[in-house]
Design a protein. Structure first.
Lengths: 238, 229
């Protein structure tokens, strides 16, 4: 178990946006979270990345229980997020991709070149990162996340605005990295087909609650909750 | 027109012949404004960054104060510093009045709000998502602040250049607290005032050309830095 969430609650302006009694994330799995907008999926990712402190409850990460938002740096540095909108710095592709290593005081030893090859951007290494297309920038963001070999890779709708080629490429990289390095990945997506393609387990979130969590095939073919059935069929679920 | 052309000619002659008095005036101008700028940058860039990144109590009032400070008339600053450093003032015993130290103090007070305020603006203009992304990659608080400063560097450099332009060309403050004493507190701007009053237009224009050249060089440097970015 890499994460264990107990009675996790979070609020914004007095409104409860997340209310999860219990959730366990297995080390090495790809877990997909689907659900309508405002269901609390992105909020959950921010809490898992320790970017915010929950209003109540605890997160246990790698056996260490975090209750007061005080997260040791070495623990925090094992998790990273690829956001829907890639935010790159005013620097080259190579500099952006290697940023996480520099934060950790690690001198790159070919890792940046390798990861840029992996994401198909080696030829753009010296180009200003912001001169790339949206899909290419997202691949830089993914390279930047993967080069630091995180234990957990959080993906917040990483392919939301991308063309099918980049979607396929990014999915292949995520799948490959998970298989090769055992990186745990938690993927938030509106694309239920993507969840079905990538995830070992899939969960449906509604109104801040985790309605159902099951092995992906079971989630899509024989869900236990009627709301999951309705969601998978494409019906609006509130 | 003849005066202007004569002024250009005189400027070239003074520079080409290495006129000692001219170079002394230029050196003092750069020393005074340079020290004032360095002090303002050391205080103002971190302060502007802090105000831009952290919600400190009274940030609104501080910001209003900064923006007001950016518009302070130099002669008013000069008056204030004069009163503080005069014999009857609280810092009179320092003996700084009519010395370059007083001029540095006055120009620091002029430059500091500019550097701080424009740095604050530049930092606030950085995409807030960058901070979240950088934190997500494992940055400490200091690393996060540094990432923001780097991202805002064009604005920060513009703040520094604007402050330098403001203080190298001001005359009110340095005239009041420096006294325009030959060989001691005479800088480019006070020399221009003196020579104009004395009817030495060619020399005044020459000094004006040099002052413009310094401002021009500063802006070229800014453009080059922006281009590199």
């Amino acid at each position: 178990m890499i994460y264990q969430l107990d009675s996790l609650r979070h609020t914004y302006a007095g409104r409860t946006v997340l209310d999860i009694d219990r959730l366990e994330v297995r080390a090495g799995e790809i877990l997909a979270l689907v659900g309508p907008s405002g269901a609390g999926k992105s909020t959950l990712l921010r809490l898992l990345n320790f970017l915010e402190t929950p209003a109540a409850g605890s997160i246990t990460f790698k056996g260490q229980r975090i209750t007061n938002g005080q997260v040791p740096l070495d623990l925090r540095r094992q998790i990273t997020t690829v956001f829907q909108r890639p935010v790159l710095q005013r620097a080259s592709v190579e500099a952006n991709a290697g940023y996480g290593l520099r934060l950790r005081g690690i001198k790159p030893d070919g890792q940046v070149g390798s990861i840029l090859e992996r994401v198909g951007l080696a030829e753009f290494a010296q180009q200003p990162a912001r001169s790339l297309s949206g899909g290419e920038m997202q691949r830089v963001a993914l390279a930047r996340a993967l080069v630091i070999r995180p234990a957990v890779l959080l993906l917040d709708e990483p392919t939301a605005n991308l063309d099918p080629y980049n979607v396929g490429l990014i999915e292949e990289i995520i799948r490959g990295h998970n298989a090769e390095h055992g990186t745990t990945a938690i993927l938030v997506t509106h694309n239920i087909f993507q969840a079905r393609r990538l995830a070992h387990r899939t969960g449906l979130m509604l109104g801040g609650k985790l309605v159902e969590l099951a092995d992906t095939e079971q989630f899509f073919t024989a869900p236990s909750d009627p709301r999951t059935s309705a969601f998978v069929r494409g019906e609006m679920v509130y | 027109m003849n005066d202007i052309l004569a002024g250009f000619g005189e400027a070239l002659r003074l520079i080409a012949t290495g006129d000692a008095e001219l170079f002394e005036i230029i050196a003092l101008s750069l020393r005074v404004s340079g020290f004032a700028l360095i002090i303002s940058v050391i205080i103002g860039v971190p302060l502007g960054t802090l105000l831009g990144l952290v919600r400190v109590p009274g940030r609104g009032a501080i910001t209003v104060g900064l923006y007001t400070g950016m518009g302070l008339p130099p002669v008013v600053v000069g008056l204030f510093v004069y009163l503080m450093l005069s014999r009857s003032g609280p810092f009179g015993p320092l003996g700084w009045l009519f010395t370059p130290k007083a001029m540095i103090v006055a120009q620091t007070i002029i430059a500091l709000p500019l550097v701080t305020g424009l740095t604050l603006t530049a930092v606030q203009a950085v995409d807030p998502a960058l901070r979240v992304q950088v934190r997500s990659l494992g940055a400490t608080a200091l690393q996060e602040a540094w990432a923001v400063i780097i991202e805002a560097r064009i604005g920060v450099v513009a703040a520094i250049v604007a402050a330098f332009g403001g203080i190298i060309s001001e005359v009110g403050a340095v005239m009041l607290v420096g006294g325009n004493i030959a060989g001691k507190t005479r800088v480019l701007t006070t020399s221009i005032v003196l020579n104009t009053r004395q009817g030495e237009f060619a020399l005044a224009i020459a000094l004006g050309v040099i002052l413009l050249a310094l401002a021009f060089i500063a802006n070229i440097a800014l453009l080059k830095l922006q281009g590199k970015s």
